[in-house]
Design a protein around this ligand. Structure first.
Ligand SMILES: [Zn+2]
Length: 206
């Protein structure tokens, strides 16, 4: 859209007005958006897709507006300014989920919108992983009931239990204080991992 020799100017103004009369309360929220294209070359014709000037005023009564309606309004403003839907969604989400928020607050909001935070997911993942190892071990025993030795799957399940249910070097293990190699373990198969003797989770010396 924008050509180099054009200068894009935009001004935004947000005004909140609160008037209170006897026993009545009125409140209005007004946002204005002004743009102007200034061609920098002398002949300066406007691109036929560009409006030389745009002045928009958005106004809503807000006596009893809730935050959801308020953000719907700001969404409309952002859309008129040229932001796309994904960008608007991202903006709204980054307000809710960022490093400055308390985890507790973010969890509340995530729960309300039926979202799962990655740390919850990792807990669930570990539980399911645990179950998978257990079922695989049981299945292998059913298939080879006469095997006098542990089956590979039984060994894997025991290894996993020995790992306290968290794979050495995995993000959920690191979160719990694992000191095993991370990078080296990424290349290893699921059942065989490098273990650090100093690791409080995996380094038990027997
Ligand atoms: Zn570890």
């Amino acid at each position: 859209m924008a050509h180099d020799p054009l200068i894009f100017q935009s001004r935004g103004l947000i005004v909140g007005t609160y008037k209170s009369r006897t026993m009545t309360y009125t409140a209005k929220l007004k946002v204005s958006f002004d743009t102007e294209w200034t061609p920098s070359y002398s002949s300066g014709m406007y691109d036929d897709e560009t409006l030389p000037e745009e002045h928009y005023t958005f106004e809503i009564p807000c006596e009893d507006i809730n935050t959801i309606q308020l953000f719907r309004f700001f969404g409309t403003v952002a859309r008129s300014m040229g932001h796309n839907e994904i960008g608007i969604m991202k903006g709204a989400c980054s307000l809710a989920f960022n490093d400055m928020r308390s985890e507790e607050d973010m969890k509340k909001i995530a729960y309300e919108f039926d979202l799962k935070l990655s740390e919850e997911y990792s807990k669930e993942f570990a539980q399911m992983q645990d179950e998978i190892y257990d079922l695989k071990a049981k299945l292998s025993r059913c298939q080879q009931p006469e095997n006098p030795q542990y089956t590979d799957e039984e060994m894997d399940a025991m290894t996993y239990q020995e790992w306290n249910g968290v794979v050495p070097g995995s993000p959920e293990a690191v979160e719990k204080g694992c000191k095993c190699p991370v990078m080296d373990n990424e290349e290893m198969s699921e059942e065989r991992k490098w273990v650090n003797a100093d690791c409080p989770l995996h380094g038990k010396v027997k």
